[in-house]
Design a binder for this molecule. Structure first.
Ligand code: ZN
Length: 202
């Protein structure tokens, strides 16, 4: 599966001059929401992700996504795996399971995101599930930004990765983009226009 091509076809792999949440600049930006506009494409991607998880022999009862970004990917992955889907939401100091969702003692849970960058939100989601007695059997993501190490990749995790080393991360592909501090950005000095913030606002 050519994941990069699927993202390009959905205009989800943006090229230009972007201001990232970290404050750095980049020439490329992944907008997974654009791929997930198409339920058939989402299903194709999560079917492939589910196959990786099954082939690794991971047993799972439930997929949990951190809202908002992970919800669609998590729901589709649960459908592909034939299991339950829940999500956690941001609250003061972390994430919480609300809306009557429950986790039983020892329930095997995969935390699913659309994109893993440092894995910060996924880690907070995992903490919330573990506090309720769930067992985190894996992390999963459509795309991995190359900071955390995914199963099958030879690239080591960077020190900024928030995910625990002893829990596998399944992702379809690595998208490792060059990032520049604003005062050393070649795109700024080439004056191809001010960096724009795509994120959830754009
Ligand atoms: Zn720049």
């Amino acid at each position: 599966m050519d994941v990069e091509q699927i993202y390009k076809d959905a205009n989800a792999l943006l090229e230009g001059h972007f201001l990232l949440a970290s404050g750095n600049h980049s020439a490329r930006y992944l907008q997974s929401a654009k791929v997930l506009e198409w339920p058939q494409k989402a299903a194709e991607l999560t079917d492939a992700l589910a196959a990786m998880i099954r082939n690794a022999g991971i047993e799972v009862d439930t997929v949990c996504a951190p809202a908002l970004g992970g919800v669609i990917a998590g729901y589709e992955l649960a459908r592909s795996l034939g299991v339950r889907s829940v999500f956690v939401e941001k609250v003061e100091g972390g994430m919480a399971l609300r809306r009557g969702f429950e986790i039983s003692q020892g329930e095997k849970v995969i935390i699913c995101e659309d994109i893993i960058t440092t894995g910060g939100s996924a880690f907070k989601a995992a903490e919330a599930i573990e506090a309720l007695g769930g067992e985190i059997v894996a992390f999963a993501s459509l795309a991995n930004r190359g900071i955390c190490k995914r199963v099958g990749s030879t690239v080591d995790a960077k020190h900024t990765c928030a995910l625990p080393e002893d829990t596998p991360l399944f992702a379809l592909d690595d998208f490792t983009f060059e990032m520049y501090p604003p005062d050393a950005c070649p795109l700024c000095s080439a004056s191809i226009g001010k960096a724009i913030k795509p994120g959830s606002k754009g």
